[in-house]
Design a protein around this ligand. Structure first.
Ligand code: TXA
Ligand code: MG
Length: 343
């Protein structure tokens, strides 16, 4: 039922792109790679195609989709842009940045979860870019995972979640960044960071006079609080065993992990350097301790692997909050349902 096609990420075969674009044009669903994570795409101007996305993912219908364009000025067709939008576009598009703007009528409310704003992103991945261009429309695409599981960073993840539920999966290899795009909302000429990603807070400050970091990026919302981004209220990326983040000096975290390995049925998400001190059983290394980019790229695959280990608890380091660390921190505290243990 689901056609799986391989496309060369650095030089996409044109006839295969056309085949995939035809599926989008006919109102179908195509999973495709982007530089961040795989997306599940449909025509963003077709309300019924958008509804198929929610059904395939099992996604709550009030959680809006990002629409993908192939050139930053195409935003004009779908949203009311501002000067700040073009400053951000100049600096970071095409690339891992999503900007939220007031929507135009052409974007159905089924895409925006009923909101009068729309999230816009112009990806840099050659397959994503060619697919959007040939589809001749904006492509609405959330991450191509079942709702509640980690975002897919390779085609195998998409296949395991969505095979049989969608029309086509493009296998374009591993995603370069591995965490979803940075989301910025523009209101009254001001930038609010709703979701941190590879376009870091520090990088945004080079372009914007001021950037407010939304409270929900690092903290838990109260029961009755409405987040600026509906997606933030859902517990995403949740492994089946509880995940606990260890906060403390490096040596103390390592001794906690060693002790846990001898007394508990646990798995560990750790750094390359840690493996010298740990038993290799049920450990997953996500990169060198100082290489936040490598850790970002490996995190979601690690969470999927940890899930399959059938242990009773998963431990990981609490990441720092600078640079790409803030994105890692944001994904991990949500996967851990904010469980942080001081050691
Ligand atoms: O890197 C990415 O952004 C990937 C790739 C495929 O482009 N997409 C992605 O989409 O991560 P998704 O649906 O998994 O996450 C989109 C997030 C959700 O948390 C949603 O609530 C928020 O964006 N969002 C979308 N439209 C919004 C809006 N109008 N206002 C506030 N938040 C919005
Ligand atoms: Mg998602």
């Amino acid at each position: 039922m689901t056609e799986i096609i391989k496309i060369n990420a650095s030089a996409p075969e044109y006839c295969k792109i056309i085949e995939a674009a035809d599926v989008i044009k006919k109102g179908g669903l195509v999973a495709f790679p982007t530089e961040t994570v795989y997306g599940l795409g449909a025509d963003a101007t077709d309300a019924s195609a958008a509804r198929k996305i929610y059904a395939a993912k099992g996604r709550p219908s009030d959680n809006p989709l990002i629409i993908h364009i192939s050139t930053p000025s195409d935003a004009e067709k779908y949203a009311y842009t501002t000067e700040l939008y073009y400053k951000l576009a100049q600096a970071f598009m095409p690339g891992p940045l999503t900007v939220i703007l007031p929507k135009k009528d052409i974007v159905p409310f089924s895409v925006t979860g009923g909101l009068d704003t729309v999230a816009i992103r112009c990806p840099s991945h050659p397959i994503a870019s060619a697919l959007i261009r040939e589809s001749g429309t904006a492509v609405a695409a959330p991450s191509a995972n079942l709702s509640g599981s980690p975002s897919p960073t390779c085609a195998e993840h998409v296949i395991s979640d969505l095979n049989g539920r969608i029309d086509m999966i493009i296998d374009g290899g591993e995603c370069e960044i591995g965490l979803e795009s940075t989301i910025v909302k523009i209101t009254d000429g001001k930038a609010i960071l709703l979701r941190p990603g590879a376009v870091t807070y520090e990088a945004l400050l080079c372009v914007c006079d001021d950037v407010e970091i939304s409270y929900a990026v690092t903290s838990r919302l109260a029961e009755n609080e409405a987040p600026l981004s509906p997606g933030m209220k859902y517990r995403h990326y949740a492994p089946s065993a509880p995940l606990v983040l260890l906060d403390g000096e490096y040596d103390d975290v390592i001794s906690y992990m060693r002790k846990a390995q001898s007394g508990e049925n646990c798995s560990l998400i750790c750094y390359d350097e840690d493996t010298a001190f740990l038993d290799e059983r049920n450990t997953i290394s996500i990169g060198e301790r100082d290489d936040l980019e490598a850790q970002a790229k490996a995190l979601f695959a690690a969470l999927r692997r940890a899930d399959k280990m059938n242990t009773e608890i998963i431990y990981a380091h609490l990441p720092p909050k600078n640079g790409m660390g803030l994105a890692l921190y944001n994904r991990l505290i949500r996967a851990a349902a904010h469980t942080i243990k001081k050691v």
